[in-house]
Design a protein around this ligand. Sequence first.
Ligand code: BGC
Length: 500
Amino acid sequence: MPLPDITKTFNPYFHLTHEHLGRIVSQFRTEFEDGLTHYGKDTAMVPSFVTGVPDGSEKGTFLALDLGGTNLRVCEVTLQGGHKFDIKQQKYKVSDELKKGAARVLFDYIAESVDAFLTDIGSGIANEHEPMHLGFTFSFPVEQTAIDAGKVLTWTKGFAATGAIGNDVVKLLQDSLDRKHIHVKCSALVNDTVGTLLSRSYQSGPALIGAIFGTGTNGAYIDRTRTIQKLGEEKIAGAEALGDHAGKFMVVNTEWGAMDNGRKVLPISIFDNKLDRESINPRKQAFEKLVSGMYLGEISRNILLHLIDSSLLFNGHSTTVLNTHYGYDAAFVSGIEGAESTDAARKIIIQELGIAKEHVSDGCVELVQWACRVVADRACALAACAIVAVILHTGNDKVPEGEKDTGVDVGLDGSVCEFLPHFDDRVRKTLKVLLGEEGEKRVRMGLAKDGSGVGAALCALQAKKAIEASRVKGAKAAPGKSPTTGQTGSHPTSHPAPPK
Ligand code: BGC
């Protein structure tokens, strides 16, 4: 059955031409460069103070805390060496009240969850003399000033707790832990993308990019420290002086979810505008709102409502689910996309949306499938643009003469890459358009599950080593500056896949 003509009107917002994709990549690159040079940009290009990637031999047991996805996760991660790890974890629900209440209450809840985890699940490795080291994966924009310090820049993904913006997130957590006498030291602050990059490298060799396509979206990559000009000459030179490879490279958290907040190139349709103006952060996270799991259901809901209001769908009937803001989520889009027959898709529509059977004709099913398909296709094409922009920015689209081609490795995590049918193939389709057939083949993408946990543990390990090293040094000489408050320089354990 042909789709109604109205669908054609929306094609330019969802089927992106080669030329349009190219403009999006260029905008990314401009914003990357801008963010590396100046503080306060939307695409914040946050220096992570992680100056290398692990080689898989690291060992030790650490606590990891992960805030920023659907749930709060507390984990005990045992790095076993040999690229292996073991993880015990517990999820704790973060209610809307906590997300939007006072930050102090939210952080007290997090500390209580750590306490509950240690009592119920932890293996009791904490001892009374030595606090247990914790890596905190805090997946929101932060202006990081050291491996264990960073100020919250803004909330995303439905969080809006008061009293956090502008404050040091490690201090907020440590104060709550201390108030409750929990013998844990938050020694590293990590974004989930940085964690994913480290975890991928730990598990399967050096990666260039760690990307999250989940509730939110973002990417981290390895750049030359010297390229992060906003750090200033003193910090750059300090980092570079740390050794052969140590310090020459640094993981940068791009915060690409905010790319093109100025709306110069992104294909923003009326459905996206409605979503944005009704969101708790209008005019922010422009890229994220077209790509990430939190929004894919809602964009498709806006499309379906428009078709219903145009009397083209379900005989003009709607339901409570369809009429409710965020009435369903991306799982519906994935379900429809994965349905193997018209009847299977019809069943999902009836069950999930509550539409009466007699209003769901074959044509209606096709229209719902179209809506879900275009939203998902666009998300995947845009995801590819972000990856390509990093590859071009770092010069990894070419192999320098005389060097062996090791390709480009990308670690991925998040519900969209895990559950959206054919995510990988769809992303690759756009990689091929932008990088050519040969270029696309050089890109390896793989899920780095548990990136937030393993990455945080790896950072906690390095922070712990730095603290111990400073103690030894302190015992030998007069105490100097605490290495955990500046660049410790002890992160790299292997040579990262360097920018070319
Ligand atoms: C946050 C990022 C995070 C991403 C994925 C975004 O909303 O700003 O810091 O990495 O979500 O979780």
